[in-house]
Every structure is written in C-alpha cells, then in structure tokens.
Design a protein around this ligand. Structure first.
Ligand code: ACM
Ligand code: ZN
Length: 779
C-alpha cells in the first residue's frame, strides 16, 4: 500500500475519533534532551503571539529566568515581550500568558513543573534555577526555529499542551574547556556557556593555565600577561609526527579581569557556575617562563610549543612558589564567586624534585617519605590558602597520591578508581573518566574525521556511562556529586572545532547528569536526538553528524553493519565502490567471501529518502584463518578493548591514528586463546605491538605461541624474546613467527608478556607500563 495514503487514512481516522491535536501530543513527539522525569501530554496547543504576556515574581534571580526566555524567543519570533511583575491580587486566569510562580511544593531546588494549557503556561519552581530549566524545556517544545538568533518568517509558534515534572539527578553537570593549548575569545566562551545552559548543565570548568599559555590576568603579576600568555610557535600535525614541524607564529592570549567578570556575569544569569582551574604543581611551564625562580633549576624556561607532559614544574622546596600561588589564588578567589577552585594536580613529573636540593630539604624537614608525599604536601598547603578564603579545592585524581588533602574534592579522570577511593574517604567526587568523558577523542572512524588526539569515544559510549561506580555503598555514592565532559584543545584551534567535538556528545553527558537513571534508554535518546539536531541547527552550533555514520563489527564470523539512527537504511558495497541509493540494503550479518590474505573493502552509508545522511564508512579487511574467530583472555582489557568483542581477529590492524582498534592492558600480559573452530593446518602467525615510551606504551618482553586440540592441554611451538631489542620510538612493530612445519591446531594461544614497571628516567617512571597488541593473523 502507498505509504502516504496510509498516513492520510490513519490521520483522518484520528481526526474523526480522537481529535488530530491529541494524537500529535503523544510522547514520541517530544524531543527534550535531557529527558525530563515525566511528560504527560494533554490535548490542545498553546500559541505564542505578539500579545503573549509574561508574569513573574519580582526578585532579580527570577528576572534572569524570564530574561532568558525573552532573549531567546524575541529575535526569532520578532515579538516584543514585556515581562510584568506578578502581583498577588492578579488573577492567574488571564489568557495567553506565561506565568512564573514560586512554588514551595516543588521539592528539588533545581526542579520545576511546567504546565502548558491552551491559553496559559505555568512555570512552577522552588527557586529561580528551576524556572530557568523550565525555560530550557520550553525552548524544546516550540518549533526548533524559535532558538534561532534570526527572525523567522511565517511561523506558527505553537507547543503541545502537557504537564512536565522534572528535577536533576546530580548537582554537578559540567563541561570543561582547555583555553591553554588554544585560546578562545570571550564571545565564544559566552556562546559555549549558552550551549551548556540550554542542556541544563550548570558548571563551566575553565582550564585557564597550561604549559603552553597562562590565560588569566593576575594584576599582581603583569609578567603573566606579557610573558606567560605567549608561546613562540605551535606544533603542526600530530604529537608523534617525525620530524616535528612548527608554524613559526607567535601565539598569545589571555582574559583581562574585566572580561572574566563579563563572563561570570553572563554565566550567573544562566545559572552556570564557573570553576576556574589554576594548574599546579605541574603543567606550569608558561608560568615558569615568566618567573624562572619558581622552578627547581631556575630556568630559563619558555612556554611549551608542543603537547605533552613536561618535567619543569613548580619547585616544592621554594617558599617563593607558595607566596606566588597564594597571591594568584587570592585574586582568583576574589573574582570567582563559586565555591570551587580547581587546582589541577595532574601529571606532575617528579624528576626535578628528585634532583632539587630545596625540594629534598623540604622532604627531609617534613619527614616526607617520597615525592608523592611532597606533592600531597604541596596540595595541602594550597588547600589551606583556599579554605582560608572560604573556597573548596577540587583537583584531578593524582591529588590522592601521598594522601588526600582533608577537604579536597576529586575529579576522577584516569579511570574510576580515584573517584571510588575518594568517595570511600567521604570526599566529594566528579566523575570524568577518559573512557567516557574525553571529547578530544575521535567520535567516528579516525580516517574520516578531522585530526584528534586519538582515542575513540562515539556518542553511544558516552551515553552508556553510569557515574556512580557499582563498588560504592549507597552512603558512599552520595559523594558522587556529578559528571562532566572534558575538552582538551591541543588539536582544537578554533570555536567551530570545539563545537564539532562537543556536540552532540555533550547532549549524552547532559542526560546522564540530569535525567533519572531508570529513564536511560539509548534508543529513545537517539530518536530525540534526531529532532534535537534541528534545535542545534537553529542555535548555529557546528555539531558533528557522526551519529549517522555506519560502523561494522564481527558477529559469529559475519560482518554486522550498524548505525545509531533508529531504523536507518544502510546501503553497502563490497567491491570498493561508493554506495549509492540503489545499492544493496543491509538486512543481516553476512560472510565476507575472500581468499586467504586477500583484502576486501566494505563501504556503507545511511540513506534517508534516497539521500546519504552521514559519511561513507570504508573498511578494508585482511582475511586469514583467524578472521572473525572468537577468543578468550585471562585479563579482560578495560580501557582499550579494541572496540568490539573480537578486536584481535577482526581483520583490521591498529595503527597510530586508530587507538580504538588496539587491545591493551596496563601492567598485565595479553594472552588470547583463539578457537579456529576446527583443527587446521597452520604455518605462520603475525601480530603487531606499539612502542611509544612517552605514552607509557612498551613492547612485550616476549611472545610465545601455544597450540592445543582440546583447549585444555597446550604445547609451546614458537617463542621470541624482545629484551634488549631496540625498536623505533612512536611506532607500530610487526612480528612474524614461523611455526613448525605441519602444525595442526584448533586452539592457538599467543602470550605477550608485559614489560613491567616503567624504568627510572622515562616518562611515567615507576608506573605500570601498557602493552598494546592487535590483530592476530594466522595462516
Ligand atoms: C588530564 O587529562 N590530564 C586531567
Ligand atoms: Zn625544587
């Protein structure tokens, strides 16, 4: 039957029997992100017009919520709203009006109730923040064009009638922005805050100081502006490129005190708390360039021109360091009204402290047993400076090392362990693990994406995050105050790219942070997201459309093609040609037919109404006896899982750009046992590992191959030792092991032994090293 006709008949049916409007108000027509606690659709609609009145309580906080509504709706509708103070004696019955009402019966301080009737909208909240969030919901009820900064002609501004009850799950719903590696002008900072607020996020974590630049004016120290705010040039390409190339352009930028105040005022009106970060004791090379006497060696230093972790840090033995930081933090604490000041604490190499007589004396005088305790001493002193000024310290999870400062809150980034440990010690925690919250990672196939730092974090993975670790008791869980997304800007030179990396992934973070846990549903989120894209378009956000991209995985030896878009039509080819609207539609996993060691390329894309929606997925597979075969590991990787169940046998090798394809363990071996299904004659095994010592990734000590016919008794058939072998740095190493002639096996185990602790003098010394392995090709 003709599809259009079917709709028409169905619609007619609804008009006759239920009334057309009511049918439109089904929950599927609401695209609100983050998802509210409850939406009850009601019959009818409210139409906003030039005569719509707005009434609100008198106090200035509430005026901010109203002002937000007016500032968003006025440019697009062209209506000159006039907000009036709601007087006690005024009846709430006056038509075509929006009423903001203080209501103690709304339990949550940030909660709200939004009631849309045919001629009135009631916003009820306990506090102005709740009213502000109701406004953000209203923005998503009207046609998305209402969010445009430009006048929209010929629109009927209507919203379906409904009753919405809503409140946030967490009090910290954050987004971070690194302005050290690249600097972003105030106008963009404001736009960024607008974008966060529209998603009911309430913390902007402003990463203001870095090795590559100090970005906040400190009036006591003008050299922070004239010297530390500049670097001589900037690295081109990716960190590991060899030889290194630089742009030769001086790069400067900082925010004046006036600009900071302007941002703070702007954020306050949007109920966003700005948390400034002043990095210490590490990531301080730009500060040292202005004040070399604060480093252990006395310099000279220059603001860094490339990315990474640098050895030059604040000297912990020099009293002048603490005097400097106290003066800096005094100004910071006076300017920023929020409760929290972020003091960094991450990635502080201890090599200079170890060689510095002042630092060593400090350790001796204070009976500190190692440099981790010296870092703890450092943080505790800084904590005191801030508590004295009525502030709370928050720092990255390294501040746990050597003992947590008594009142410090922890931002858990290297994983969840730091957050778990801090919560168990009854310290507040914000969860932001790299695995789910780092938006500088790739969001789709790196080959099809603009340059990023590495990693792989598609939106479905962001959405899958649960911020409260299962390891915590209900009491400990209360210390998890929220979650946030982080955006480090090494490879993000302009606002367009910030938006591209952040949106729509931050929509997922907003929902995790705001919405009730039991309402989490990626399918429903995806449906709403497609509608929400229209609002982001109206807001002129340069969001990524990677959501529509296709990906592939092996399922029981067959290729499965996927897209996040609900019910998407995926068309594909296996001959390397660009998929077109008349190519085969993917319906079920298929076998990739090819000869041994042959390469086979799949290309696929989502089509909507005959048009391609996202990018074309392209993947070349190399086929062997192990391709698509299942395997088991004694220690399951956590962070680098290879992206799919059979990552080691999916016919694709990891590369330097595609970190997501590698299978890796930290401080442990990798020992896959592959089941070839039936006994096979095998002659050769090829695999790859990574050697990138600056990134803490080391070659295995040895590789050994075992075979078995029953999966129980194994016999060693080949072994290679790598101890003492030199490998090119920042490179992928290919290893081929020839197996004894005539070997028959069903089960093949490869044991790659971890290098062990990182040796002294190397980046990350003393930590466990990483072992990266990918693709086990058996012939
Ligand atoms: C961090 O990513 N170094 C906190
Ligand atoms: Zn020192």
């Amino acid at each position: 039957m003709n599809f259009t006709k079917k709709i028409t008949l169905a619609t007619l049916f609804q008009i006759l029997f239920f009334g057309q409007i009511f049918s439109q108000n089904s929950p599927e027509n609401f695209n609100i992100i983050p998802r509210p606690i409850s939406i009850s659709p009601k019959p009818g609609e409210f139409i906003l017009n030039a005569e719509t009145l707005i009434f609100s309580p008198k106090n200035s906080d509430w005026q901010n919520a109203v002002e937000q509504l007016v500032s968003v709706f006025q440019p697009s509708t062209g209506f000159q709203f006039s907000a009036q103070v709601l007087k006690k004696e005024l009846s709430l019955a006056r038509g075509n009006a929006i009423y903001f009402i203080e209501d103690e019966s709304v339990k949550h301080p940030e909660g709200y109730q939004l009631e849309v009737q045919t001629d009135k909208i009631y916003v009820r909240a306990r506090s102005a923040a709740g009213a502000f969030y109701a406004v953000q919901t209203l923005r998503q009820l009207f046609p998305p064009e209402i969010n445009s900064p430009d006048l929209q002609a010929n629109m009927v501004w209507k919203t379906p009638c409904c009753l919405i009850d809503d409140a946030p799950r967490f009090s910290w719903r954050g987004m971070h922005l690194d302005v050290g590696r690249h600097f972003f002008e105030v106008d963009f900072i404001k736009k960024y805050i607008d974008q966060l607020a529209a998603h009911k996020m309430n913390v902007f974590h402003w990463h203001l100081t870095e090795d590559q630049g100090w970005r906040i004016e400190i009036q006591k120290y003008p050299k922070l502006q004239t010297v530390a705010a500049c670097r001589n040039e900037t690295l081109l390409g990716i960190y590991s490129d060899s030889p290194e190339r630089y742009d030769g352009q001086k790069y400067c930028g900082f925010y004046t005190r006036e600009q900071i105040k302007e941002v703070l005022e702007y954020a306050k009106k949007r109920f966003v708390t700005v948390v400034p970060e002043i990095e210490l004791p590490g990531h301080a090379q730009a500060a040292l360039s202005a004040f070399p006497e604060l480093g252990c060696t006395g310099g000279p230093y220059l603001a860094a021109t490339k990315w990474g972790v640098f050895h030059e840090v604040f000297c912990a033995g020099n009293e002048k360091t603490f005097e400097f930081l106290e003066n800096v933090l005094d100004e910071v604490a006076k300017i920023f009204p929020g409760q929290y000041i972020h003091i960094g604490g991450d990635e502080c190499p201890k090599s200079r402290w170890r060689e510095c007589p002042k630092c060593q004396k400090r350790m001796k005088d204070n009976r500190l047993k190692d440099e981790h305790e010296l870092q703890s001493y450092f943080i505790r002193r800084v904590e005191k400076m801030l508590t004295k000024r009525g502030k709370k310290v928050i720092g990255w999870d390294e501040i746990l090392e050597g003992g947590l400062a008594p009142t410090a809150a922890v931002m858990s980034w290297r994983g969840t362990e730091g957050g778990i440990a801090a919560a168990k010690q009854h310290h507040e925690v914000v969860m932001t693990p790299t695995s789910h919250c780092y938006f500088d990672y790739y969001q789709s196939d790196p080959d099809s994406e603009p340059l990023a730092i590495g990693g792989f974090l598609p939106i479905e993975k962001v959405y899958s995050y649960e911020p409260v670790p299962a390891e915590l008791t209900a009491d400990e869980a209360k210390y998890i105050i929220g979650t946030q997304g982080n955006l480090w800007s090494e490879y993000i030179p302009n606002p367009e790219k910030v938006e591209y990396m952040v949106w729509p992934r931050a929509c997922a973070t907003a929902e995790i942070a705001w919405s009730a846990k039991n309402l989490k549903d990626f399918g429903d989120f995806s449906r709403r997201l497609v509608g929400h894209f229209e609002m982001m378009k109206a807001m002129k956000i340069n969001f990524s459309k990677a959501f529509f991209d296709v990906s592939a995985e092996f399922l029981d030896g067959k290729i499965n093609l996927k897209s996040n878009a609900v019910g998407a039509e995926i068309r594909y080819t296996t001959d390397g040609s660009e998929p077109r609207r008349d190519d085969k539609v993917f319906s079920k996993p298929f076998v990739l037919e090819a000869k041994m060691r042959d390469f086979k390329t799949i290309r696929a894309a989502v089509f909507q109404n005959g048009e391609k929606s996202g990018k074309t997925f392209t993947q070349t597979y190399q086929l062997s006896l192990s391709t698509g075969k299942p395997y088991t590991l004694s220690k399951q990787p956590e962070k680098y899982t290879g992206g799919e169940k059979y990552a080691l046998t999916n016919g694709i090798s990891g590369s330097f750009k595609k970190w997501n394809l590698w299978v890796a363990n930290e401080g442990a071996d990798l020992d896959p046992t592959i089941d070839l299904g039936t006994e096979q004659k095998i002659s050769r095994l090829t695999t790859h590992f990574v050697n990138a010592r600056d990134a803490w990734i080391y070659p295995p000590r040895s590789l050994e191959v075992f075979v078995s016919d029953d999966g129980k008794t194994f016999k060693s058939i080949a072994r290679r030792e790598f101890s003492g072998e030199k490998f090119a740095d920042n490179a992928v190493e290919r290893v081929v092991l020839d197996l004894p002639e005539g070997t028959l096996a069903r089960f093949v185990q490869v044991v790659a032994t971890n290098f062990g602790k990182i040796p002294p003098g190397s980046a990350g010394e003393g930590n466990a090293s990483w072992l990266f392995l990918d693709e086990i090709v058996i012939e």
